[in-house]
Design a protein around this ligand. Structure first.
Ligand SMILES: Nc1nc2c(ncn2[C@@H]2O[C@H](COP(=O)(O)OP(=O)(O)OP(=O)(O)O)[C@@H](O)[C@H]2O)c(=O)[nH]1
Ligand SMILES: [Mg+2]
Length: 346
C-alpha cells in the first residue's frame, strides 16, 4: 500500500514522515519528494516466527511518499506538480497544521485547511469529470459510461467527494485511470502543538472529517519524533507519561487499516514467515496472486488454518490431526489472520 503525505506548506509532513519511517530527512523548507517504508508491527507474526524459526521473517509494509508543500507569498494551495504527485498515491494522508510555525504566516486554522484541501480536490476532479462527460455525450459513448461520469459530476457539483458515492450507484471501472483525487481514501492527521499532544480531535473537525468520508487522528509530530528517537525500552513509559494510548505510528497504522479495510493473512514455513496485506473480502485465488502470479493462475485449492486455531493446537500436524484444517476453493473469502497454504499447478 502506498500512502502519500500531503498538505500545505509547513504543516509537518516531513516530520511525520521521519517519525513513521525512522528516516532522518531534513525538515523545514520544501525539499524533494521522498519515499520510505514502514514495517507494520504484528504480534501474530512475532509469535509465528518464534514457532517456525524461519530463515526470514517479513512483516507487512506501508510505503510513504512525502510530497513537499508549495511555499511562496500568499499561496496556499497545491501546485500542478504537487497535484500530479498526489494522483499517483493509492491513499492520501492530509497533514494539517494546528501548531504555531514561525516559518509559515498566519495562525493555525485546521478546519480552514481541511476545507481548502477538500475544495481543491473537488475542483480538480470536477474539471476532469466535466470534460470527460461532455466528450462521452458528444461521442455517444455507452450509456453506462455516461451515467458513471454523470453520477460523479452530480456529487462533485454539490461538493461531495466521489468516495462518498456508494459502490452500488457508481461503476468505478469507468473512472479508473483519471487519477481522481476525491475518490482516494483520505486520512486526516491533525498535527497539534506539544501542549496538546494527548488531546482528542475537536468536535467540529471530527464532524467535518466524517462528512467527507475520511478518517482522522491527532498527533504531535515533534513529540512523536522524540519518541521515535528514544531507545525502545523507554518509549512505553514516555508515551504513558504524556497521557497517550500508544505511539502515533501504532494509531496511524490502525486507522489506516480500518479506513482502507485492510486485513493480513500469513504464509509460514522453515524458509519464511510472512504477512500479506489484502482488502477485506478478497477471495482465495486473488489473495494467492499476491504471493505469486503463478499461484493465482494455477490455483487448485487453499489449505487454511485460522491463526487462533493454529495457536490453540501448536503445530500444523496437530491441527490436521484434530480435523481442523480447512480446505477451501477459489471463492473462499480470506479472513484476517488466516494461515494459507496454496496448492497450485501450472
Ligand atoms: N511545534 C511544533 N513544530 C513542529 C511540529 N511538527 C513539525 N514542526 C516544525 O515545523 C517545521 C516544518 O516541519 P516540516 O515537517 O518540514 O513540514 P512540511 O509539511 O514537511 O513542510 P514542507 O514540506 O515545506 O511543506 C519544522 O521546523 C518542524 O520542526 C509540531 O508538532 N510542533
Ligand atoms: Mg516537507
Amino acid at each position: 500500500m502506498k500512502i502519500g503525505l500531503v498538505g500545505f506548506a509547513g504543516s509537518g509532513k516531513t516530520t511525520v514522515f521521519n517519525t513513521m519511517t525512522g528516516l532522518d530527512v531534513p525538515v523545514g523548507y520544501g525539499g524533494e519528494v521522498r519515499l520510505g517504508a514502514v514495517r507494520v508491527p504484528d504480534e501474530r507474526i512475532d509469535r509465528l516466527s518464534k514457532i517456525f524459526s524461519p530463515k526470514k521473517t517479513t512483516y507487512a509494509e506501508i510505503a510513504f511518499c512525502d510530497v513537499p508543500g508549495e511555499h511562496g507569498s500568499g499561496k496556499k494551495g497545491l501546485s500542478p506538480r504537487g497535484l500530479q504527485q498526489i494522483r499517483d498515491q493509492e491513499a492520501l494522508c492530509l497533514v494539517i497544521r494546528d501548531f504555531d510555525n514561525p516559518a509559515v504566516e498566519g495562525t493555525p486554522d485546521p478546519l480552514g485547511d481541511l476545507e481548502a484541501f477538500h475544495a481543491e480536490c473537488v475542483f480538480a476532479d470536477l474539471e476532469i469529470v466535466d470534460k470527460r462527460l461532455e466528450r462521452a455525450r458528444k461521442e455517444q459513448a455507452p450509456q453506462a459510461e455516461i451515467s458513471a461520469f454523470a453520477t460523479a459530476h452530480a456529487a462533485l457539483e454539490t461538493e461531495k467527494p466521489i468516495r462518498a458515492v456508494p459502490e452500488a450507484e457508481l461503476d468505478r471501472g469507468f473512472l479508473k485511470g483519471f487519477g481522481l483525487l476525491s475518490d482516494r481514501p483520505l486520512l486526516v492527521a491533525v498535527n497539534v502543538d506539544e501542549s496538546r499532544a494527548a488531546d482528542s480531535m475537536p468536535d467540529p473537525l471530527a464532524r467535518r472529517i466524517e462528512e467527507i468520508h475520511a478518517a482522522g487522528l491527532t498527533l504531535c509530530a515533534s513529540v512523536e519524533a522524540d519518541i521515535a528517537a528514544m531507545p525502545e525500552a523507554d518509549q512505553a513509559q514516555f508515551i504513558a507519561d504524556l497521557g497517550l494510548q500508544s505511539s502515533a505510528l501504532d494509531r496511524f497504522i490502525r486507522t489506516a487499516y480500518g479506513l482502507l479495510d485492510l486485513i493480513s493473512f500469513f504464509t509460514v514455513g522453515p524458509d519464511e514467515v510472512r504477512a500479506w496485506t489484502i482488502r477485506r473480502g478478497t477471495k482465495a485465488r486473488r489473495a494467492a496472486g499476491k504471493i505469486h502470479s503463478d499461484l493465482e493462475r494455477g490455483f487448485i485449492r487453499a489449505e487454511v488454518i485460522p491463526y487462533a486455531t493454529f495457536i490453540e493446537h501448536g503445530s500444523e500436524n496437530a491441527v490436521k490431526a484434530a480435523g481442523k484444517l480447512q480446505v477451501e476453493g477459489q471463492d473462499y473469502i480470506v479472513q484476517d489472520g488466516d494461515i494459507l497454504h496454496v496448492r497450485f499447478n501450472i
